[in-house]
Design a protein around this ligand. Sequence first.
Ligand code: VG1
Ligand code: CO
Length: 539
Amino acid sequence: MIKNVATTPYVDQKMGTAGIRKKSRTVMQENYVENFIQSLFDAIGGVEGQTFVLGGDGRYYNDVAIQKIIKIAVANKMKKLIVGQNGYISTPASSKILLKNKADGGLVLSASHNPGGVDGDFGIKYAVKSGGQCSSKISDAIYARTKEITSYKIYDCENVDLSKLGIQYIADTEIEVIDPITDYVEMMQQIFDFEAIKALFKSGFTMVFDAMNAVTGPYAVKIFEQILGAPKGSVKNFVPMPDFGGLHPDPNLIYAKELVDLMYSDNAPDFGAANDGDGDRNMILGRKFFVTPSDSLAILTDNYKYIPAYKDGIYGVAKSAATSTAVCRVAKELGIDYYEVPTGWKYFCNLMDSKRITFCGEESFGTGSNHIREKDGIWAVLFWLNILAATKKSVADVVKDFWEKYGRNYYLRYDFESIDNTVADKLMVDLENKLSTLKGQKYGKYTVSEAYPFVYHDPVDNSSTKNGLIVCFEDGSRIVYRLSGTGTSGATLRVYIEAYEKHKTSEDTVNMLTPLADVALQIAQITERTGKIKADVIT
Ligand code: VG1
Ligand code: CO
């Protein structure tokens, strides 16, 4: 019943920042998923005798793609597949399940924070034994294989019933359908002080968690309402839907509008949070108060002692280069190491494996720790709840006290979307060539102190990765330019702007950063080259 099916290569199956990410209609083309999965299996030397974890965020085509993957895995003689019930697993839960079962690999069917639906996006993330997404070396090998594939193997059988928990066999492959929530919840209970958070809710504390009709809904209902005692109804949009109910499941001030409006109204609860499509991103809000992800990472680090799992001490911390330098100040104060890596969670994994870091984060609403090898949305929310329970402070007071101690890094990301790829590439090449001439240049009150391409040397595997261009100014402000690696149409230029103030900590962020944003446009000639006079999205 193993069929060998002849196929022709697709030339665009290259992974970006986090797996392969395409328009749904692209992925729905004949043999598209089949080619990619067979190429992946080939490139890693086959999967005979191996165990994989498999699931997704439930977006459109999750149900079709998962059946194809199961049948290809069976035909390739995989020993065991651990599949989330109904095909669902959040990205952080998948990493946990992979590590717990010592599986060889994991596949998460998700385009993360990108919209879903037939006209939305689809994607596949591939994790290796260590629980984190594969290195560029492996993704390059997979890409090379996709360009030469001529056939794939698939097992000819009925679709597998993924609704019932338990074990079934297809040929010699064991398919175990698991509840994807249990292990994850247990892990959270081991990390945080659930009793303290329960007491907080008992005292009348209120929260709203917006699952954005995506994968974390059932995890959040279980943890926040059923276990911790948040009032029923605290978790909104908790039923995962294939098109996320039309929402763009990106937890930021723009796309999590319903939550943001509530948190800025007079009926705001004490605490608000949201996760993205696959549950690895988080947004944290207080009453009429927004916590930037960069500050969040720094604040969690500064408050590690309140968390049972970390109270005895932490290793270092890491951030992506584009993330603000707030956490670096905390690391210096705590006397721990800090690292700056390229954008993409995979770059943190070697640092975690080698016990160099405990916490890490990205400006793009991602925070996490060495409990798994992915960023973790619910973990970040629980960390905040634990801090609030321990300190009895409001979110705003926690953040303001932090600024008081360390000063404030005003921070925004400006995205210029759907730029012609050639124009975007040329902009970056020309800008890179210009960097060496920028030192000492004055732009209004800003003088360039240094400008360089960001190159990361991994201290563990000695690999080098170039990602983004950095311009620093004498007053400590920074601009970082890079092209997105998760988009599905044209290029997105991301410009990250940061200004540090030791004492002026209660200004308006946009007012503080607009002059520097104008400088950023000028240095890279963004308007001249793209025709855009301002960013499409500012977060
Ligand atoms: C974006 C973010 C990056 C994040 C990546 C995956 O990448 O900027 O910080 O790691 O998405 O996030 P890019 O290349 O578009 O800037 V997700 O939630 O896919 O797993
Ligand atoms: Co995500």
